[in-house]
Design a protein around this ligand. Structure first.
Ligand SMILES: Nc1ncnc2c1ncn2[C@@H]1O[C@H](COP(=O)(O)OP(=O)(O)O)[C@@H](O)[C@H]1O
Ligand SMILES: [Mg+2]
Length: 350
């Protein structure tokens, strides 16, 4: 568990991080990174390297095999430690607190960010560590299929891609749509502001009509920016006294997605069902959907037909939730490559 990571995090020094980064780099090419190659990646002499490796194995940050050769793999916990270290170095976070949630495909921790230029109060933030590769075998399999014979493909790619995808869409939507402010992203982790209030699923609001209207208004706004959440429900909506916020975006789709209409309909009916069951507030699904699409469609209708066709072509995506596999192998390579470069610079500067 990541709690363990927090315990050992303080015990880790630059060299340990360098070895972790070396294994991370090696996992681009190997399922089990050969001990020999680590000398090369880390530029550490064998004796020092072995000492670090033993320590990392003892701390459960990496795992070792001796068959068919001595090799190493990073655990999620080791990967968490690398992301955490980067956030600390960038001053994105200055302290980390308790676990605040475990989602379907993530672990979430509370943390503190110092204010810009040290003016004002520290800002409460959360760190979302993506866990796609481990918890969603289906998703990994899709990426794996996509990568063909690359047997050594690891969860690192799936989790990193999901985090990149979520961070990117959040930076596009914020502040137009009411979502927590995205702050930083590294590897499989995102830092964002703490959402206000509490989850809709855990709350009983006093003015359900107002909250329902506000949620639908945000869905409409999102749709007008050509985004559909695609996993909307009372579990991904925060409600506070005077606002609502939508969270959990990695599976979003665009209206060009072949199942866009079904996904939008599912999002909206989840919300309507919740308000009907819990508060007896009734709305007509068809009417609500029509209203959400109304202005967007007229806007899109006025665009040159050619333009929207190109868009459809470019964004033609596979099945729902398959977007993670839509990047080409070259994209994956370059994403990972760039990040690796950045990570290496980070870890190797003395
Ligand atoms: N910005 C946030 N502020 C406060 N709590 C959050 C925030 N983001 C996520 N959480 C908590 O973590 C849980 C899981 O996060 P979520 O983004 O929904 O991931 P998952 O895909 O795993 O469901 C949420 O249900 C919520 O309790
Ligand atoms: Mg969620």
């Amino acid at each position: 568990m990541i709690n363990e990571v927090l315990k050992v995090f303080r015990e880790l020094n630059k060299r340990d991080f360098r070895v972790l980064t070396g294994i991370e780099m090696g996992m681009k090419h190997f399922e089990w990174v050969p001990a020999e190659d680590l000398n090369k990646y880390t530029k550490l002499p064998s004796e020092k390297l072995n000492y670090r490796l033993k320590k990392l194995v003892r701390y459960n940050l990496v795992v070792r095999t001796f068959q068919p050769y001595e090799g190493y793999q990073i655990y999620f916990e080791g990967y968490d430690a690398l992301a955490l270290n980067t956030f600390v170095k960038r001053k994105t976070i200055s302290a980390i607190g308790d676990e605040v949630g475990v989602g379907k495909e993530s672990v979430i921790f509370e943390a503190i960010k110092e204010p810009e230029l040290a003016i004002g109060e520290p800002i409460p933030v959360i760190i979302k560590f993506h866990r796609e590769g481990r918890t969603s075998f289906k998703q990994v399999k899709r990426v794996r299929d996509h990568l063909g014979e690359r047997e050594h493909f690891s969860w690192i790619y799936a989790a990193r891609l999901a985090a990149q995808r979520e961070y990117e869409i959040m930076t596009n939507l914020y502040p137009k749509v009411s979502i927590p402010k995205p702050i930083d992203q590294n590897r499989h982790a995102i830092v964002m502001e703490l959402a206000k209030g509490s989850l809709l699923s855990k709350t009983k609001v006093l003015d359900p009509e107002w909250y329902l209207d506000e949620i639908l208004r945000q869905v409409k706004l999102t749709y007008s920016l050509e985004i559909i959440h695609a996993d909307l429900s009372e579990y991904n909506i925060f409600v506070a006294e005077d606002c609502i916020q939508l969270i959990d975006w990695p599976q979003y789709v665009t209206p060009a997605h072949p199942h866009a209409d079904e996904l939008l309909e599912r999002d909206v009916s989840n919300v309507l069902n919740h308000f009907y069951k819990k508060y007896g507030v009734k709305r007509d699904l068809e009417e609500v959907l029509k209203e959400i699409k109304s202005e967007s469609e007229s806007e899109r209708g006025t665009e040159a037909g050619e333009e929207s066709e190109t868009k459809t072509g470019e964004e033609g995506e596979g099945e729902a939730g398959e977007e993670i596999g839509t990047k080409t192998e070259a994209d994956l390579e370059s994403d990972v490559g760039d990040d690796f470069k950045e990570d290496i610079n980070d870890e190797f500067e003395e």
